[in-house]
Design a protein around this ligand. Structure first.
Ligand code: HEC
Ligand code: HEC
Length: 366
């Protein structure tokens, strides 16, 4: 009697079990194990990120999507004209192409070049002078900056809370519809933190992927790079995140760089060493966007510098390169461009489609 029942149960359970197994093996891994897609992936050779998606801010698809919607929402600015994505454009590796300094609300210009956004979870501090040291706090600054978005955080929360479409997004991300600044900032951090750029040719060669090989010129360029540039632009992120004065003649005399924050004379004209990844997309270059071409950057390093007390000792010498060396170095820098990153579908602006907004004006096309 009992054993008959047992046989019946087994007869029923076994096919279910086999079907489940089949499903797991036949599916692409993302479908069978959806959580895999929502982890931070980066090369084994990189250090642990500084900012982790741990229990304080668990990375989820819904959190990321909320962050993306906020990032591209122009209502985050006072008059609904400027979103984060207006200045941080994906095709420019989230820098602002062709704009030497930031171009914000009412056409106001700032004094600094919009930096690209990628590999932010490894960055110990943000802005050219390291003014902010937490990814979740960082977005408050552009929202409230009078020449960027010129809005208060409280107003932004009110606008977002008044939008029915956002209620759905907050519920999906956090389990209920409550809108507050903390949730907004964490969602933005999820979206921006997922922007990992690690699929350039350089990365593929370093991972010894099949078919990935430097040309002779690129390989020569890497040697030159390691001799002359890598002491500051350290591999694999191509910056050591220190603040240094590389001898540029000051353009905005009032912008003393790192000293704005530390008030130390020894920090005057020091700016954070920028990454050299994705240079093809991020021009113009330097904290004030003074150079449009990498050739001009090399001319600067090869030439006479603006000598001041804080100029980096490594800049005492002219970093002179022969024509062939220049060609090779530029070829190597070209291997740091990550086309997959600037075309990654996950980071695209979908606001017009995903959000049935109560405020249609804020989604008008540029
Ligand atoms: C008007 C243009 C503009 C807008 C709008 C803007 N940014 Fe920025 N962003 C900048 C500039 C310029 C800097 C560098 C400022 C500095 O160094 O003083 C910057 C820096 C950053 C950084 C630090 C990057 C680094 O490498 O240090 C992050 C992250 C960032 N912005 C995210 C955002 C987010 C999120 C928003 C929307 C809430 C936003 N930005 C809106 C221009 C803009
Ligand atoms: C002493 C440290 C140091 C060395 C050595 C150095 N750099 Fe830099 N580099 C910097 C700093 C600091 C900046 C940012 C300066 C600023 O904007 O005020 C910078 C900026 C750049 C930029 C602009 C990037 C951007 O996004 O705006 C490029 C390109 C660059 N360096 C390439 C090189 C190359 C190529 C070499 C070797 C020939 C080199 N650097 C050597 C410190 C250094």
């Amino acid at each position: 009697m009992w054993s008959k029942k047992f046989v019946r149960i087994v007869k029923f359970v076994m096919p279910c079990f086999l079907l489940a197994l089949l499903f797991i093996y036949a599916c692409p891994p993302e479908i069978a194990r959806p959580e895999k897609q929502w982890q931070l992936h980066y090369p084994d050779s990189w250090s642990e990120p500084v900012y982790k998606f741990d229990k304080n801010n668990k990375l989820t698809k819904a959190g990321f999507e909320l962050g993306r919607t906020l990032f591209y929402d122009r209502r985050l600015s006072r008059n609904g004209t400027i979103s984060c994505g207006s200045c941080h454009q994906q095709f420019a590796a989230f820098a602002h192409i062709d704009h030497p300094t930031s171009h914000g609300i009412d056409n106001k210009l700032g004094t600094r070049n919009t930096p690209p956004l990628f590999n932010l979870n490894w960055q110990p501090a943000f802005f050219w002078d390291g003014a902010v040291n937490h990814l979740e706090v960082q977005p408050i600054s552009p929202m409230q900056n009078p020449v960027e978005m010129d809005e208060t955080l409280a107003n932004v929360v009110d606008k977002v809370a008044g939008d029915t479409a956002y209620k759905r997004l907050f519920k999906a991300a956090y389990g209920d519809e409550k809108v507050n600044s903390q949730r907004m900032l964490k969602a933005l951090a999820q979206f921006m933190g997922m922007m990992v750029s690690c699929n350039s040719k350089y990365d593929k060669v370093m991972r010894k992927e099949i078919g990935a090989e430097f040309t002779q010129s690129e390989a020569n360029g890497l040697v030159i790079f390691r001799n002359k540039c890598a002491s500051c632009h350290k591999e694999p992120l191509f910056t050591d995140y220190t603040y240094r004065n590389n001898g540029l003649t000051p353009k905005f005399k009032t912008d003393s760089g790192r000293a704005v924050i530390t008030k130390q004379p020894g920090d005057i004209y020091k700016f954070r060493v920028p990454s050299l990844r994705n240079l093809k997309y991020t021009w113009p270059y330097m904290h004030d966007g003074r150079f449009n071409e990498l050739e001009q950057v090399l001319d600067h390093y090869a030439g006479e510098k603006f000598r001041s007390a804080t100029m980096d000792p490594a800049m005492q010498m002219r970093l002179y390169l022969t024509a062939t060396e220049r060609k090779d170095l530029l070829a190597f820098l070209g291997t740091l461009n990550d086309k997959e990153f600037v075309k990654d579908e996950r980071f695209k602006d979908l606001t017009g489609q995903t959000l049935q907004s109560d405020h249609p004006h804020s989604f008008d096309k540029k």
